[in-house]
Design a protein around this ligand. Sequence first.
Ligand code: FMN
Length: 185
Amino acid sequence: MKNEFDDLIEMHEYAWRLIIRGTVDKKSPARHPTLGTSGLFGMPELRTVVLRQADKMAANLEVHTDFKSRKIEELKVNPKVGLHIWFPKNKLQVRFKAVSEMKTGKTLRKKWDKVPHNSRISYGTLPDPGTSIPTPFSYKKPANFERFCVIKVKIEEMDLTHLGTRHTRALFTRESKWSGTWLAP
Ligand SMILES: Cc1cc2nc3c(=O)[nH]c(=O)nc-3n(C[C@H](O)[C@H](O)[C@H](O)COP(=O)(O)O)c2cc1C
């Protein structure tokens, strides 16, 4: 019987198919990866984000955020990030190590035009996200293109763990042109 999880090439392709599905299927676990950064005071920081784009050939992902969010301050100091997705039905864990790059401004106008209004209000919260406020609703959410920030995530390493009858784990790196190597799970 065919098993995608005991062949390095098939395991890598299988994982990418699941990841890419997250960009179009709101119910896919890949829709909402966990993004990890190094906090400003040395503690790790984790948060859920929406996966906006995934490109297997370039091994890049894309996430959108508010330029005034705390994660931006963290990424300015250290652009290295981690991402995590668990696919329960497929019993597959995906972990990425990556380097991020931020973009704001005019070149994003076409992307912004495609952002629906109810999503645009995620970019522009007043006061800035994370600011202490006196009541739960002491804030406004105007849509503000100037705060729209695209984070490009260039993947350096991809660690896949499959919890089948026999567990398998593999590491794929950009350096090795994604050829992959088995790891003890
Ligand atoms: C389901 C879900 C999806 C989210 N998607 C995003 C997103 O795409 N971009 C984003 O910046 N924050 C998103 N958030 C909010 C973040 O998890 C986080 O609370 C916010 O970005 C502030 O994080 P920071 O203070 O570390 O910057 C999402 C939260 C949830 C629960």
